[in-house]
Design a protein around this ligand. Structure first.
Ligand code: GLN
Length: 297
């Protein structure tokens, strides 16, 4: 049949199903992507449909504006931009957090730190707990939401990260958590904290992983920490010994091969009951310790 109208007027718009198939095939070229999931998330972002709606009505034709928006998002993803930055949010624990290029993208393995703190600290006591280098505020927000009697302090040196964390705490109305823009524990009073939890940078400066996947897009200061990746963990451990109360608890995330080094650092700083815990993939991912009940400091 002849195309009678203006060039595009009669051209059928592609369906949700067709667009998803095409985008999934394109995204499969990216290393470390989940093409199908990412195509669906970006289509939701462009159209306002939920994932259920995409599944239920694959034959629905897309509007031109929706399609144009989707194409822009797919191009950004194909250029390597992390899906979390394109969407501006990332799921963590029970929350959906705002993330920006000023913040590390919260990882599922970091939920281990939340579990360890929930397991090992008194659930109903009025504890003062600090999330060191909190980025988007993920750990502080998760703990504040689970433990109304605790007070959470989130620290981050980056003002952009502090603003994002503050916004996440407000979104979930977490009145028992606050954010301080500072370097690790520097302004924190001596012997004031019951616990310190943190996901500091721990990748060695020259590690090739820094050039892969989402990492080149994330703040380098949230990822890399000196020649062996342990600079931030050493600084934090030193500061922790004076800021924690007697019997104070520490839990830090680290690289899968840094367990022995982190245990040695904790030991050198006088921590006891030092244990390393595996993540969901069975790799050493977090080490915990406690200061002695009576300290000789
Ligand atoms: N686990 C992250 C990664 O390897 C790094 C996070 C961090 O350095 N704290 O991608």
């Amino acid at each position: 049949m002849m195309n009678a109208g203006p060039p595009d007027a009669t051209k059928p718009m592609p369906s949700i199903g067709a667009v998803l198939r095409e985008a999934t095939a394109a995204l499969a070229a990216l290393p470390q992507a989940s093409p199908h999931l990412e195509a669906a998330l970006l289509l939701c972002e462009a159209t306002g449909y939920t994932r259920t709606q995409l599944l239920a009505w694959p034959e629905t034709e897309l509007g031109e504006a929706d399609l144009a928006r989707f194409e822009v998002l797919i191009q950004r993803r194909l250029a390597g931009e992390p899906i979390a930055y394109i969407r501006g949010r990332q799921a963590f624990w029970t929350l959906e957090l705002q993330v920006t290029p000023d913040t590390l993208i919260p990882r599922p393995e970091t939920e281990l730190l939340v579990e360890l703190a929930l397991e090992r600290l008194h659930a109903e006591a009025p504890l003062l707990v600090l999330d060191a280098g909190s980025g988007s505020g993920a750990i502080a927000a998760a703990l504040a939401s689970e433990r109304p009697t605790w007070t959470l302090i989130a620290t981050d040196r980056s003002l952009g990260a502090a603003r994002t964390a503050g916004s996440n705490l407000r979104t979930y109305a977490l009145g028992n958590a606050g954010i301080v823009a500072c370097d690790w524990l520097t302004p924190i009073a001596e012997r004031s904290l019951h616990a310190i939890v943190g996901n500091p940078p721990y990748i060695p400066d020259t590690d090739p992983h820094l050039k892969r996947g989402d990492l080149p897009w994330e703040p380098r200061s949230a990822l890399a920490a000196g020649p062996d990746g342990l600079d931030a963990i050493r600084t934090l451990s030193t500061q922790a010994t004076s800021r924690l109360r007697p019997a104070g608890f520490i839990a830090l995330e680290h690289g899968f091969d840094q367990g022995p080094a982190v245990r040695a650092i904790f030991k050198r700083h006088g921590f006891e009951d030092i244990r390393t815990h595996p993540d969901l993939e069975g790799r050493e991912r977090a080490t915990t310790g406690r200061l002695p009940v009576t300290s000789r400091r």
